[in-house]
Design a binder for this molecule. Structure first.
Ligand code: KG4
Ligand code: ZN
Length: 354
């Protein structure tokens, strides 16, 4: 007996919102993503490290140089020809306007030349959908989502797929920004998150906790679900100014500074989960690469809620910026609407999630 073959859907994702030039191909059947066929990321971190942060003009020039080879590599690795592709999904914002424009203009050209739809994707939405690549069957609703990146710290509620509402967000710096700025003060490299995390681990392994360095937990007891991290970096500056020997204690400062960020993130997320009776807690965005944050989330959720709430976070490669998350998000939009006009896709540096 012959089984009728259902047509597979192939989506090319393109991401250039900040300092990673990324392209990926995913394959799906009508309702479900089947696999990530390729994910190529050309990182500019080494270039920007010299300057201690991203220089937009340099980033845009690097995107222009890398974008075509990165897309070509993603197609070759996926063993997919351009004729197989059903749609292109591209990040349209938020992000650096010049970086976004390099990805969008390339995507528009390919969409026109290959005669396939071009789907604009909000970068934060992309981060959320990173969790739908391999964990979709584990997600239970309502779900509370903590999105923590270099530019955003947002708590969201997802009632069902695509039905998202914002519960709270940072009033000033993002959690990733707190890591980056704190690292800079400690003389560590850009990006600061992985550097602080490494230093904190050194301190933890030594196991000689003296608890001498104290940081505030801004807004941890506030009645809302908002965050504030700018006071934390001021507190670090104040502590360093007081301590002439701080350079000998970088692991300790990193450990206590990181723990202050983790405490606030976990406390507010659990509060949101309790209020909204969440069945899943999802973590996403660049800061979700922090293994201590994930470990402590898992520990406290298991401890407090047993099996009632499950914890979901992307694998390391899908935590920081990548194009698979853009392709996944693109697939869900493509399912709803097949016709898209490339002319409607414009770079919006302050694109809102909702
Ligand atoms: O999502 P992402 O790659 O780019 C934005 O959309 O911003 O996030 C980048 C942010 C940076 O602030 C970086 O320091 C932080 O994620 N980050 C981390 C870790 N890896 C990246 N923060 C804490 N621990 C990490 N291991
Ligand atoms: Zn991001």
């Amino acid at each position: 007996m012959f089984k009728k073959k259902t047509k597979k859907i192939y989506i090319l994702g393109i991401e250039t919102s900040c300092d990673e030039t990324a392209a990926a191909v995913i394959v799906a059947d009508k309702n479900k993503i089947e696999a990530e066929l390729s994910s190529v990321i050309s990182s500019q971190i080494e270039i920007h490290r010299k300057y201690g942060g991203v220089i937009p003009e340099v980033a845009a020039r690097k995107h222009v140089e890398s974008i075509i080879p990165v897309i070509e590599e993603a197609l070759i690795k996926a063993n997919v020809k351009r004729q197989d592709l059903d749609a292109i999904a591209v990040t349209s914002g938020p992000g650096l306007i010049t970086s976004l424009t390099s990805g969008i203009e390339t995507a528009k050209t390919l969409s026109l030349a290959w005669n396939i739809p071009l789907i604009p994707i909000n970068h934060i939405e992309g981060h959320i959908y990173a969790n739908f690549l391999n964990n979709v069957d584990d997600i239970k609703y309502p779900s509370v989502i903590l999105t923590v990146s270099g530019g955003h710290t947002i708590l969201l509620k997802m009632d069902k797929r695509r039905k998202i509402s914002i519960l709270g967000q940072t009033r000033d710096d993002a959690a990733g920004e707190a890591f980056d700025k704190g690292a800079k003060m400690l003389g560590l490299n850009y990006p600061g998150g992985p550097e602080i995390s490494k230093q904190a681990e050194i301190y933890k392994i030594k196991g000689e906790f003296d608890n001498e360095i104290k940081f505030p937990r801004p807004m941890i007891n506030s009645n809302d679900l908002d965050f504030s991290f700018s006071g934390l970096k001021t507190a670090l500056l104040y502590e360093l100014n007081k301590d002439p020997k701080w350079k000998n204690k970088i692991p300790a400062y990193s450990y206590y500074y990181q723990q202050a960020i983790i405490d606030v993130l976990i406390s507010k997320t659990l509060k949101a989960a309790k209020i909204h009776k969440a069945k899943s807690i999802m973590l996403t965005g660049g800061v979700s690469a922090n293994s201590e944050l994930k470990k402590q989330f898992i520990h406290i959720i298991n401890d407090k809620y047993g099996g009632d709430i499950n914890f979901i976070s992307p694998e390391m490669l899908h935590s920081t910026d990548n194009a698979s998350m853009i392709a996944v998000s693109g697939f869900y939009k493509y399912q709803k609407k097949k016709k898209w006009n490339y002319k409607d896709v414009i770079a919006n540096p302050s694109d809102e999630l909702i």
